[in-house]
Design a binder for this molecule. Structure first.
Ligand code: GLU
Length: 372
């Protein structure tokens, strides 16, 4: 059984350049995009939180700058992205505004999704936009990302963003309707795979060889994206994005490939916090804070009596009670030095102490895992 689209509460839609930009006529597929915005509005109107990962900056910009066909050098594609991203943001903002939806642009680099400190920042901004019912429109910040430190493809970027914000579904719109046992264009015996429960070496081999500059965004990066998504507790689906209203078509039963996760975003995240990260320090909590945590609250600075260790914002720390028993662990929102200055203080006083509008919580409840 595959899930139904309306079961999800937070969905990431990834749209590739080939769908957005009509290369032959050097312009944007405006009618198609306007129809996709209707699909977004339909989900949004049901209370689903929607986030878009959109490519197209390079494809749009290269035309404007008059670069010919063929591979671009790094600085050429960065210049193209700089020009194209402005247009891309404007178009998304317009088509979503037409549906009564506010769009917000977020450009991220690899480091924003891999380094915990920056990851917390990007996540906080995305969460705030979603809370305000805006639709974040995300792309890689291609103008500053260099070869060594970039994703280069928005499939994997979209998967990282999806797990980072604990989306329960990632939809990759492609120019095929899913995964096949062999390349359908060249192999008449190729069969469509409707559901992937686990990414086995066999599934891996169906995706073909490593991505090259030309096969960027091919099945290879989609299966890599599926590994990231499903490990993070996010279901993923590959659907044909070419027809108008592609999401509605999926909801109506159009053929696609589901990659199902065996986990959920919060379980995957808690496993990660609870196990994979080495704690860098310890916070000792008073009785009231320990109780509040067990009741599902975030940890506020006022409930912390002492701090030890040399941790940075985003690191994992252990939480202990006054007697030394371990209460759990979590990702701390302050560096050790700042944490030591704000403990025992009310959230209202923090800005005065640190001289900036820091986070109200020492550890947000989503970043906490309680022991036993
Ligand atoms: N970030 C690139 C762009 O906006 C696209 C990468 C991709 O095609 O996946 O042009």
């Amino acid at each position: 059984m595959t899930p139904s689209l309306i079961e999800f509460r937070r969905v990431v839609l990834k749209v590739g350049s080939a769908l957005l930009v009509d290369r032959a006529r050097s312009r944007l597929n405006h009618a198609w995009l306007a129809a996709l915005a209707e699909d977004v509005a339909e989900l949004h109107g049901r209370g689903v939180e929607v986030l878009v990962v959109s490519s197209g900056a390079v494809a749009l910009g290269r035309t404007v700058l008059g670069f010919g066909p063929g591979a671009l050098r790094l600085e050429e594609s960065q210049a193209a992205a700089a020009v194209g991203q402005i247009a891309l943001a404007r178009i998304w903002s317009e088509v979503l505004a037409h549906q009564g939806i506010t769009a917000g642009q977020i450009l991220v680099t690899l480091a924003d999704t891999e380094e915990r400190r920056r990851y917390l920042n990007a996540r906080a901004t995305l969460s705030k936009l979603l809370e305000m019912r805006a639709v974040p429109v995300v792309n890689e910040n291609d103008t500053v990302a260099t070869t060594e430190i970039r994703y280069g493809d928005n499939d994997r970027l979209a998967a990282r963003v999806a797990t980072m914000i604990e989306a329960d579904l990632l939809v990759l719109f492609s120019d095929v309707d899913g995964l096949y046992t062999a390349p359908p264009a060249t192999d008449p015996a190729a069969r469509h795979v409707p559901v992937v429960e686990r990414i086995t070496p066999e599934i891996d081999s169906m995706a073909g060889g490593a991505a090259s500059a030309l096969s960027r965004g091919g099945m290879r990066t989609k299966v890599e994206a599926a590994k990231i998504a499903t490990a993070g507790g996010t279901h993923m689906l590959i659907a044909d994005g070419r027809p108008k209203n592609p999401l509605r078509r999926v909801a109506d039963g159009a053929r696609c490939t589901w990659f199902l996760t065996q986990s959920s975003p919060s379980t995957a995240r808690k496993t990660w916090i609870g196990g994979a990260l080495e704690p860098r320090g310890t916070l000792v909590l008073d009785e009231g804070a320990a109780r509040a945590l067990r009741g599902g609250a975030s940890l506020l600075p006022v409930g912390v009596t002492s701090v030890s260790g040399a941790f940075s914002r985003g690191d994992a720390v252990l939480l202990r009670d006054a007697a030394g028993a371990i209460l759990g662990r979590g990702l701390v929102a302050y560096d050790a030095e700042d944490a030591a200055r704000v403990i025992g203080r009310s959230s209202r006083e923090i800005e005065g102490i640190l001289g900036n509008g820091g986070r109200a919580e020492m550890i947000h409840r989503d970043d906490l895992v309680l022991a036993g």
